[in-house]
Ligand binder design. Structure first.
Ligand SMILES: C[S@@+](CC[C@H](N)C(=O)[O-])C[C@H]1O[C@@H](n2cnc3c(N)ncnc32)[C@H](O)[C@@H]1O
Ligand code: SF4
Ligand code: SF4
Length: 358
């Protein structure tokens, strides 16, 4: 693989300096890092099944966040149907693939989300997670999450300043998001829970760059291992959203996009896509209602796209032409280190146990 170089801008350098000045176990910039640091890199390219499977439980959302293309979806919105969901989880369980229950939308809006979590628990998926915007993280729902077998949970916050949070994640009460996030951790620790491993996330944007250190310091006072702060490296959704926020600016050279070899998303209607840039189903790899994930992942459309990238012709594909997210993916994988920090050990132990602990 070609050696990567990190391109920089003044804002990126400033933010990077801030982030790297923090203790390494305070903050992560991608969940992949948590996963690979905890489990090692040996499985970072899977031969015939995605390494990460994203299941869009709901394509409805109750917020309209800056930088998220959910608001621009032209495809029909809906909740995933039960039979489709169980078909996906049955297959995911055969590979014990890392599975997330959200893509474009808010999973806690799905009326059967807790039945879905129970189903995945019964299937012994050792790593399955869900990210929420916190609006519906009510007292009842946080109790249900803490009682469930979910192994990873993420609360998206972006800022502790209600005015700024309201600008970055409009559509709901920022005070509610902040209060719900705090209440979740309070109850989790009061009940002595380690499951689910929970992160509070902040997307790295120019608007909240000044707040990174106080955000981390605040949560550091509250969070107990194995929970952590996730400072998410900006994703441009194929060049559609806020490319100016990207810390990892793509260089002039290009290598095949790792996403074609490591992930897949199943939209709520069953169509499968291979990366975030296809959030609207612009390119569809297959339909899980008709085929297995394995068949689609090894099928003609995937093979043709991969070959195009291997031949150095990625720019011939309309969807990949203006996209620089392949570089973010590459850097996040390539920069992985294996620090033997206590937090990572704890994450590994908790996640590897695969089951909730009392
Ligand atoms: C698309 S949301 C879906 C789940 C849920 N609605 C939520 O907000 O957590 C999943 C994650 O993507 C993050 N996200 C949205 N736009 C992003 C962007 N441009 N770059 C990086 N992460 C982004 C959100 O902050 C959230 O952590
Ligand atoms: S980031 Fe999550 S909460 Fe915000 S609009 Fe996108 S899907 Fe909805
Ligand atoms: S280059 Fe961009 S659009 Fe193409 S597969 Fe990779 S992430 Fe998706």
């Amino acid at each position: 693989m070609t050696t990567t170089q990190r391109a920089s801008t003044p804002m990126n350098d400033q933010l990077h300096a801030l982030l790297t000045s923090l203790d390494a176990d305070d903050i992560r910039e991608s969940d992949d890092r948590v996963y690979f640091e905890a489990f090692g890199k040996q499985r970072d390219v899977h031969k015939d099944f995605p390494l990460v499977l994203i299941v869009e439980s709901s394509s409805y959302c109750n917020l309209v966040c800056v930088g998220c293309p959910h608001k621009d979806l032209t495809r029909r919105r809906g909740f995933i149907k039960w039979d489709l969901f169980t078909k996906i989880i049955d297959e995911a369980a055969r590979y014990d693939v890392r599975t997330w229950l959200h893509f474009m939308g808010e999973p806690l809006m799905h009326p059967q989300i807790f039945d879905m979590i129970d189903y995945a628990t019964q299937k012994n998926l050792s790593y399955f997670g869900m990210s929420t915007n916190g609006i519906l993280l009510t007292e009842r729902n946080r109790g249900r999450i803490l009682d469930s077998g979910l192994t990873r949970f993420e609360i998206s916050v972006d800022s502790l300043d209600p005015d700024l949070l309201g600008l970055l994640r409009p559509g709901g009460s920022p005070e509610t998001i902040i209060a719900n996030a705090h209440a979740f951790f309070e109850e989790k620790y009061a009940r002595g829970r380690t499951h689910p491993v929970t992160s509070v996330s902040m997307r790295q944007m120019q608007e909240n760059a000044h707040e990174v250190d106080s955000f981390v310091a605040h949560w550091k006072e509250i969070l107990q291992p194995p929970d952590f702060v996730l400072a998410i490296a900006w994703n441009s959704w194929g060049g559609k959203e806020g490319v100016e926020h990207a810390r990892y600016q793509a260089p002039s050279w290009r290598v095949p996009c790792l996403k074609l070899w490591n992930m897949a998303m199943v939209l709520q209607d069953g169509r499968m896509v291979t990366c975030d840039a296809m959030y609207d189903g612009q390119v569809v790899m297959g339909d899980v209602n008709e085929q297995s994930i394995h068949e689609i992942y090894n099928g003609e459309t995937y093979r043709a796209m991969r070959q195009c990238h291997l031949d150095g012709r990625a720019a011939d594909l309309d969807i990949c032409n203006g996209c620089s997210d392949w570089y973010r993916e590459l850097v996040l994988h390539d920069n992985l280190t294996a620090p033997a920090q206590q937090t990572l050990e704890e994450i590994r132990d908790v996640v590897a146990s695969g089951k909730r602990q009392e």
